[in-house]
Design a protein around this ligand. Structure first.
Ligand code: PMP
Length: 422
């Protein structure tokens, strides 16, 4: 797809050394608005992040110029749409450091990716008395699919506990790696705590015992450089909408040898090679797992998002967000009665906290009146809340366009909550 003038301007402006915070913010039109009369401070990025104009343009370009179904047309528009979709796959391949484009399956998001693995790989490989090993910090989407599978198969879901700071207990993890474990499924980064898990070590220990590993990268892919070959994980998942791309699109990476031997997930158009009423043979990778008309525009938009973060550089984004995380942690620590939930030594982008005697929903409501968007609740990680014996937290989560001034506004907002509820 042609580089439009805005994309060229972004590329030209991309700073080589200094972080151009205002330049980055200008790339995200939604951020310029006021909410309840105050400048919007968007700190709900772990739920979904905002989209740069490059992504909006890519969606508009697709629907105004190239809209057509893919893979089956001989006409020009279909060829353009197919090329855009497959280019996006190649961008995801590079983004994740995968060896081959056929190892990238487009899905709706991390949730669908995990369900896909549960209902193909899991269905084949997990039987009576087998175990699936997860952790106590998983998002519901990396718990429930395994629970459903285990129930159906007579298998057992086992859980590695976490420490008071929200770190995975690696000693306990090792204890649970026994011959019955047929899959380890673990978050790269916890959405509720921000903990970065030692995924490489987890993979090494699991592989030493012949156990494959799925990594839920939904909260890692937006914040750090991911290299699936370096991690050596067997499956890796992420959602486009958290990486500045559209909703309804994400990717599953799987090692080709595993994907090849797995049965299909959904049946339908495009995933077949031939169909008779007696027998269907399946298409090659990755199409075997992409039944029906996919989210073509979404994939192209995700490709544009990957280009966008690539122009800035994932390492620079990680460094910027890390500095913000430290700044925000210090600012919030000054508020009396505030307790941070999740204080792991290695963290990414998440400030989850409770205020003594004040319900997180009240915190969120007051902050909203200040134009500050945070999330309150259990963050689809109820077992994490149970572990810390709290019903909910207030969670501020960071993205590349956030600034220190916004974290000052957050801290000031929390002080205001304290005054109101004192
Ligand atoms: N895993 C983690 C760690 C997440 O934070 C999320 C989204 N909050 C998901 C999985 C599910 O992502 P999605 O809803 O985009 O499928």
């Amino acid at each position: 797809m042609a580089v439009n003038s805005h994309q060229a301007a972004v590329a030209e402006r991309t700073p080589v050394t200094a972080w151009d915070a205002q330049g980055v913010r200008r790339d995200f039109p939604i951020l310029a608005q006021r909410v309840h009369g105050k400048p919007l401070v968007y700190l709900d990025n772990a739920a979904t992040s905002q989209k740069p104009r490059a992504v909006l343009d890519a969606l508009l370009d697709f629907y105004t110029r190239d809209c057509s179904n893919i893979h089956r047309g001989v006409h020009e528009l279909s060829e353009r749409a197919t090329a855009g979709y497959e280019e996006a796959r190649e961008k995801v391949r590079t983004f994740l450091g995968a060896r081959e484009a056929r190892e990238i399956i487009f899905v709706r998001g991390a949730t669908e990716a995990i369900n896909l693995v549960a209902w193909t790989f899991g269905r084949e490989r997990i039987g009576v008395d087998d175990e699936v090993l997860i952790t106590a910090m998983e998002h519901h989407s990396n718990i429930v699919p395994w629970q459903i599978l285990c129930e159906a198969k007579g298998a057992k879901l086992c859980v590695t506990p976490i420490s008071d700071s929200g770190e995975l207990r690696m000693d306990e993890f090792e204890k649970r790696l026994n011959p019955r474990v047929k899959l380890v499924a673990v978050a790269h980064v916890s959405n509720a705590l921000g903990t970065v898990n030692p995924v490489e070590e987890i993979v090494r220990m699991s592989h030493a015992r012949g156990i494959p590993v799925l990594v839920d990268g939904a909260q890692a892919a937006p914040h750090m450089k991911v290299d699936v070959q370096e991690l050596d994980c067997d499956f890796y998942t992420f959602s486009g909408h958290k990486v500045y791309g559209p909703t309804g699109i994400g990717a599953l990476y799987g090692k080709a040898a595993l994907l090849d031997e797995m049965p299909p997930f959904h049946g339908g158009g495009d995933m077949i090679s031939s169909v008779t009423f007696e027998k269907t043979t399946y298409n090659v990778l990755p199409y075997k797992f992409e039944a029906g008309t996919p989210n073509i525009a979404g994939a192209i938009g995700l490709g544009a998002a990957i280009d966008y973060v690539g122009r800035i550089g994932m390492e620079r984004i990680a460094a910027h967000e890390h500095a913000l995380l430290e700044y925000g942690t210090r600012a919030l620590a000054r508020v009396p009665g505030l307790r941070m939930v999740g204080t792991a030594r290695k963290k990414a982008g998440v400030l989850s906290f409770v205020l003594e005697g004040i319900h997180p929903h009240d915190v969120g409501t007051v902050l909203d009146r200040e134009g500050i968007a945070v999330r309150t609740g259990h963050h689809c990680a109820q077992p994490v809340m149970d572990r810390f014996r709290i019903p909910a937290t207030t969670r501020a989560s960071l993205a590349l366009y956030n600034t220190r001034e916004e974290l000052d506004a957050l801290a000031a907002g929390v002080w205001k909550v304290k005054e109101m509820f004192a």
